[in-house]
Design a protein around this ligand. Structure first.
Ligand SMILES: NC(=O)c1ccc[n+]([C@@H]2O[C@H](COP(=O)([O-])OP(=O)(O)OC[C@H]3O[C@@H](n4cnc5c(N)ncnc54)[C@H](OP(=O)(O)O)[C@@H]3O)[C@@H](O)[C@H]2O)c1
Length: 256
């Protein structure tokens, strides 16, 4: 969507073999889109990708931190290593990419950093504590650095999607211990998983979020937070009105 709106866009991915569809769309429509390799968990890969873009384009106006995956499992069933991997992608990956572009944006005295959070960056749900806490961490980081970066003309925004129909559930990692029928959370976990799959099937398409990203980019004075989805808008409207206790009961009832 960004390339279709004329932004010189670098679509990054771990495995360039997955780029063929995107490349053929870019060729067919003659839009300024290029695919380059980048693994946000790898320092060198991030450094090289940003260097490539800087060398080619001489400037970087916008960074969209979008790479992520979900880790599901009740906390008692999560291995510390599973949680570390979750944070390495969802949180430290964002830090790696952000730290790599900041010197460039600071020199330009302009830039926009778009961090893809989630409704789960504002409220938690059962069996998603690792994912939600990685998004809460992203929210805290984004809000804090906004004060450091604004004096250099760099703005930071959070996009908070609701349920979106993507590859997210297929790509999600299930905690190893959660698959053990002896886990005290096994049944609950399965119910949550089934519920989530159904919700995702009925979710908005990813274009919904892309439009919100575009809106944030085109905003002359971007907000810190943009909700992306009617479901999350409704939930946040309620959260902003009711007590923490009432909100807790609502989420409890929703997740059965
Ligand atoms: N779908 C939802 O309901 C929903 C709701 C709220 C927020 N979000 C957020 O939206 C963003 C996009 O997720 P999605 O729903 O589009 O899920 P998705 O289809 O699974 O996309 C996630 C993308 O992240 C990439 N990725 C994962 N690990 C990476 C790494 N180490 N380095 C580089 N790329 C990596 C994946 O690439 P590979 O193809 O290489 O795996 C994939 O392209 C995420 O930040 C997610 O948390 C999604």
């Amino acid at each position: 969507m960004l390339a279709r709106h004329g932004f010189i866009t670098y679509a990054t991915m771990r495995d360039l073999q997955k780029s063929s569809t995107l490349k053929s769309i870019a060729d067919k429509e003659s839009i300024p889109l290029r695919c380059i390799q980048l693994d946000v968990t790898n320092d060198l890969s991030v450094k090289q990708a940003i260097e490539t873009i800087e060398n080619e384009s001489k400037q970087i106006d916008i960074l969209v931190n979008n790479a992520d995956y979900g880790l599901s499992g009740a906390l008692e069933d999560l291995l510390i290593d599973e949680i570390k991997l979750q944070f390495d992608t969802n949180f430290f990956g964002l830090i790696r990419a952000t730290q790599a572009v900041l010197p460039i944006m600071r020199k330009q005295r302009s830039g926009l950093i778009v961090n893809m959070s989630s409704g789960l960056g504002r409220f938690g749900i059962a069996t998603n504590s690792a994912y939600a806490s990685s998004k809460f961490a992203m929210e805290g980081l984004t809000e804090s650095v906004s004060y450091e970066l604004e004096p250099f003309g760099i703005r930071t925004v959070l996009i908070e999607p609701g349920i979106i129909k993507t590859n997210f559930i297929k790509a999600a990692v299930l905690a190893q211990k959660s698959t053990d029928p002896n886990s005290p959370y096994f049944q609950f976990m399965n119910n949550m998983d089934e519920g989530m799959k159904k919700l995702i099937e009925g979710g908005e398409g990813p274009e919904y979020v892309a439009k919100v990203v575009l809106e944030a980019i085109n905003d002359s004075n971007p907000k810190l937070r943009y909700l992306a989805g009617k479901d999350v808008e409704k939930i946040m409207e309620i959260k902003n009105k009711v007590s923490d206790e009432d909100f807790h009961n609502m989420i409890k009832n929703m997740s059965g």
